[in-house]
Design a protein around this ligand. Structure first.
Ligand code: TYM
Length: 336
């Protein structure tokens, strides 16, 4: 069966290791597997919901597209586009927003985290963020959505919105297929290098909390060297790792980068000092990431080429989206 795959990342700051291990790397696997049809968006409309700088948005949009390609997304086989250049995303958001209850949006943990204590001052865009995300997915009738664990709740909302639409306007038939979250591999939640209870994030204040896809070898080594650990040695079992989130995070990253399991990593490094694991981890991360970093900067030296790729992707995506958008308008009673 052909799977229709949709996913995306916000072009806010630089991509970090969590984005790569939790999502991007899996996108490439899905593209290379079976006859999947893959669409990967640079979610620029999502990136403005918390205040933004226009120039930085333009650059980050290109850089995010460059990261996709450098990591192995092939624009000849997968569609890569900027969300804003396919107007159906914004249109469908409006239509779906009228069938989404505010109470459900209020329960979204990402909104609560990002809005902080001052929810009154948060933008309507930040509040409506998950509706735009549902529109991204449903616009292409995507069946599978490869994301990290933090997006699970948003995916549940997308499924909910799809079923409300199906119930209300499609007479209970499955007009929109239920999008499945595809949470793949072992690094579904990579944690901060400075605090193992916080997820690694491109928007965290300190750069030392994350490995950026643009970091060079020295920076990667420095960040792993300074990564927080505890007084003990590397745990040799899950039991020894209990209550030691920083240690387990480094083990998890090593396992993901080397395509093994945490058990195997613990069998190899258990009982040794953290410095041994950290050195091996830096070498491994540099070996895996440096070809991507190099390719990204090559791509970024020809911005017109990136713009062309995004334009071609948007043209194809628009074509794919048009019949769905047309159906939805008609099913909802709009004159077309
Ligand atoms: P964003 O830009 O925050 O993150 C992009 C992807 O990276 C994953 N990710 C992580 N995975 C593991 N460990 C981490 N520390 C980590 N940090 C980020 C995220 O789970 C995500 O898969 N709302 C989305 C973007 C989006 C989207 C969509 C995704 C907009 N529309 C439609 C799928 C389908 C977001 O903010 O991702």
């Amino acid at each position: 069966m052909t799977k229709r795959i949709f996913s995306g990342m916000q072009p806010t700051n630089r991509l970090q290791l969590g984005n790569y291990l939790g999502a991007l790397r899996n996108w490439v696997k899905l593209q290379d597997e079976g006859d999947n049809q893959c669409l990967y968006g640079v979610m620029d409309l999502h990136a403005i919901t918390n205040g933004h700088d226009p120039k930085a948005l333009t650059e980050a949009t290109r850089e995010t597209a460059a990261a996709y390609i450098a990591a192995g997304v092939d624009p000849k086989r997968s569609y890569i586009m900027a969300q804003s250049s396919v107007s159906g995303h914004a249109e469908l958001t409006w239509l779906l927003s009228s069938m989404t209850q505010m109470g459900k949006l209020e329960r979204m943990t990402q909104f609560k985290d990002k809005a902080g204590k001052n929810a009154e001052r948060a933008s309507l865009g930040l509040f409506a963020y998950p509706v735009l995300m549902a529109a991204d997915i449903l616009l292409y009738k995507a069946t599978h959505v490869p994301v990290g664990e933090d997006q699970k709740q948003h995916l549940e909302l997308s499924r909910d919105v799809a079923s409300v639409f199906n119930e209300k306007y499609a007479g209970g038939k499955e007009y929109f297929p239920m999008p499945e979250p595809y949470i793949m591999g072992t690094a579904t939640r990579v944690m901060s290098l400075r605090d193992g209870t916080q997820k690694m994030s491109k928007s965290a204040e300190s750069d030392m909390t994350r490995i950026n896809l643009t970091d060079d070898a020295d920076m990667i080594a420095k960040k792993f060297k300074k990564a927080k650990t505890d007084q003990g040695n590397v745990p040799a079992s899950d039991k020894e790792g209990e209550g030691r989130p920083e240690a387990m995070n480094l083990i998890g990253i090593y396992a993901a980068l080397s395509d093994t399991t945490s058990e195997q990593v613990m069998a190899e490094f258990g009982g040794q000092q953290f410095s041994a694991l950290k050195t091996a981890l830096s070498d491994l991360a540099v070996a895996q990431l440096s070809p991507i970093t190099t390719r990204m900067s090559e791509l970024m030296s020809d911005k017109a080429e990136i713009d062309n790729i995004l334009k071609a992707g948007a043209d194809k995506a628009r074509e794919l989206a048009a019949p769905t958008l047309d159906d939805v308008y008609k099913m909802m009673g709009f004159l077309r």
